[in-house]
Design a protein around this ligand. Structure first.
Ligand SMILES: Nc1ncnc2c1ncn2[C@@H]1O[C@H](COP(=O)(O)OP(=O)(O)O)[C@@H](O)[C@H]1O
Ligand SMILES: [Mg+2]
Length: 351
């Protein structure tokens, strides 16, 4: 549905050049909910705005629904853009217009006959749960309601693609959940392809199928959400996921944890393994004990997902045996002790 190839975009402000996108390529499949995460300034919004050519890259290609957008003339581009809806962090509603007129706006631009447009507005208001709010002005609405109006407006012309730029970042957690539920419902009902830019990991975790990670204008990692969360490859991904901070791996654990050679590892498990008593079974069978220093068990959409930091007590060889057993069940393990990390890397190299 969306294909960006070797897209490069540099902003120029005065004498300064800001490389916002450096040779970025991206494929988003039809019907997918695709997340783009990264820290502020990574280039996420710029990338999203390239998909509908709100920004024109200096080089590279942008294809949407089989059409090479950069090759189009203005009129043609406007026509193609109707296939792409967009919502923003701060809603971008017309404050002097009613809810009805905000949603009518794109329908008027598309020269939709009046009666049909009115029907569509009623339909959209029902979809986003705002029937009865036609005559309200944006200033009379809560943030969540404003975003619902923006979603209705974005969907007015039956787009195939919905671009969301930090759509929930200005909302409280409960409202965020309700907007994410609505987006999921829209995706389920209409099969629209959704691209979501966010700096919030939890948003990706709750609704996205695949995710790309951006850092300083580059795409550093892309994959299924479960895979990326289980085995983050890039340092920046590990930081975004909270596995490590600027001081380095394990820096925030109390120092005595590492004293007397205690073996400490990070452990992530998805699916069945995340819910079973695997960790304690593995420890018992290897004749060692362990304690969980940190951990969460939640879900990536419907897949259980557990992540923890585990300290092991006992003979090092037996600890290794326990850990290998966990790995055999699909657990991702990363040692926080330097020596163990080197040993694991050696073993991986021998395979
Ligand atoms: N219109 C602009 N003019 C100049 N620089 C810009 C403009 N928009 C974004 N930038 C710069 O480009 C980089 C990427 O910005 P952006 O795409 O907004 O990142 P993100 O959405 O990940 O926070 C940043 O360094 C930002 O300051
Ligand atoms: Mg942004």
């Amino acid at each position: 549905m969306i294909s960006l190839q070797n897209v490069t975009l540099t902003y120029r402000t005065g004498h300064r050049l800001i490389p916002a996108l450096r040779d970025v390529s991206l494929e988003v499949h039809a019907g997918e909910v695709f997340g783009i995460i990264g820290y502020s300034g990574a280039g996420k919004s710029t990338l999203l705005r390239c998909i509908n050519l709100l920004e024109r890259p200096q080089s590279g290609q942008v294809w949407v629904d089989g059409v090479d957008l950069l090759s189009l003339r203005k009129r043609e581009l406007q026509k193609q853009r109707k296939k792409i809806g967009m919502i923003f962090q701060h809603f971008h509603l017309l404050n002097s217009a009613t809810v009805r007129d905000n949603i009518l706006f794109p329908l008027r631009l598309a020269k939709t006959p009046v009666a049909e447009a009115e029907r569509r507005v009623a339909e959209l208001l029902e979809l986003v749960g705002l029937t009865g709010y036609e005559r309200h002005y944006p200033s009379q609405l809560s943030g969540g309601q404003k975003q619902r109006v923006a979603i209705a407006r974005a969907l007015a012309n039956f787009p195939k693609v919905l671009l969301c730029d930090e759509a929930t970042s200005a909302l409280d957690p409960e409202t965020t959940q309700s907007i994410l539920d609505l987006l999921r419902e829209i995706h389920r009902q209409f099969g629209v392809t959704v691209v979501m830019v966010t700096h919030e990991i939890s948003v990706v975790q709750r609704v996205c199928h695949r995710v790309a990670v951006m850092d300083q204008g580059r795409m550093v990692e892309v994959g299924r959400v479960v895979d990326v969360f289980l085995r983050p490859q890039a340092e920046v991904t590990r930081r975004l996921l909270g596995w490590t901070n600027a001081e380095g791996v394990g820096a925030d654990l109390p120092e005595q944890v590492f004293r007397e050679g205690t073996l400490v590892c990070e452990l992530a498990m998805a699916g069945e393994a995340a819910q079973s008593p695997l960790l304690f079974q593995a420890a018992r069978e290897a004749g060692v004990t362990c304690s969980i220093l940190r951990g969460t068990v939640d879900a990536i959409q419907d897949t259980p997902f557990a992540r923890m930091v585990v300290a092991w007590y006992g003979d090092a060889k037996q600890v290794q045996a326990a850990v290998r057993r966990l790995e055999a069940h699909g657990a991702a393990v990363r040692w926080l002790n330097k020596a163990e990390r080197m040993l694991a890397a050696d073993e991986a190299g021998m395979k």
